[in-house]
Unconditional design. Structure first.
Length: 233
């Protein structure tokens, strides 16, 4: 179990430490197959550790005008996501997480690029919050909404938004009895791999310009999501 958790979390941390998203996308399927308790709380909070790096190192790169409409959509996404989370069982949630990962990977692989507008940012903020609190996978909707950003701006802007999503989600999950001592232990289990992956990401960030890097990661995520669906059918 520990080896699966370590490898999945380290790989996810390398990706999120490099491009600003990816922990839940890459590691989510493997972690949920080990223990459904990894999603959404531990996955979402583990991502905030990586976000802290991006905020401290690249704070000036944040796209502040773009964040404003996104934050307007955040409350709707969080409330709707919490309602869904409380209404489904663990098996259904696992299937939903697997489907979300597969859909996100396919959409990103297809190179979908929505227009740059306040409306797109609003919807992106709503869906980012929704996916964050339900599945611990906030990144893909955010990337689609902010597809015009350069790597440093993407890392910093997504970090600024997901930190707020994680803070609000943690409070609501605790109130709803969906984050307690068991989830805290799972989060602690992830910590060594997160730190290891974030360290490796320092050398990976220069590879972002290589054309194969992003598709390779998305294909891995797609395979993981599909495996999670098959496991729970």
């Amino acid at each position: 179990m520990f080896l699966i958790v370590f490898v999945a979390c380290a790989a996810g941390a390398v990706v999120q430490g490099s491009i600003g998203i990816g922990l839940g996308l890459v590691a989510g399927a493997a972690l949920v197959s080990v223990d459904p308790g990894f999603a959404p709380g531990p996955l979402l909070l583990a991502g905030t550790f990586i976000s802290a790096r991006h905020l401290s190192a690249e704070f000036e790169a944040i796209d502040r005008p773009g964040l404003r409409p996104s934050f307007m959509g955040l409350p709707i996404g969080v409330i709707g996501g919490l309602a869904i989370l409380l209404a489904v069982d663990e098996r259904t949630l696992a299937l939903c997480i697997g489907a979300a990962i597969c859909i996100a990977a396919v959409v990103l692989l297809a190179g979908v690029q929505p227009p740059v507008s306040a409306a797109v940012k609003f919807i992106g903020g709503l869906l980012t919050a929704f996916c964050g609190i339900t599945a611990g996978v906030p990144g893909p909707p955010f990337v689609l909404a902010f597809n015009e950003l350069k790597p440093a701006a993407m890392r910093a802007t997504s970090a600024a938004f997901t930190v707020v999503v994680a803070a609000i989600s943690l409070v609501l999950l605790m109130v709803a009895d969906r984050f307690g001592s068991e989830e805290a232990l799972l989060l602690a289990l992830m910590a060594p791999a997160i730190l290891f992956g974030l360290t490796i990401a320092h050398w990976v960030r220069p590879l972002l310009e290589r054309p194969w890097f992003r598709p390779a990661i998305l294909l891995i995520a797609l395979a993981g999501g599909a495996a999670l669906i098959v496991r729970n059918l």
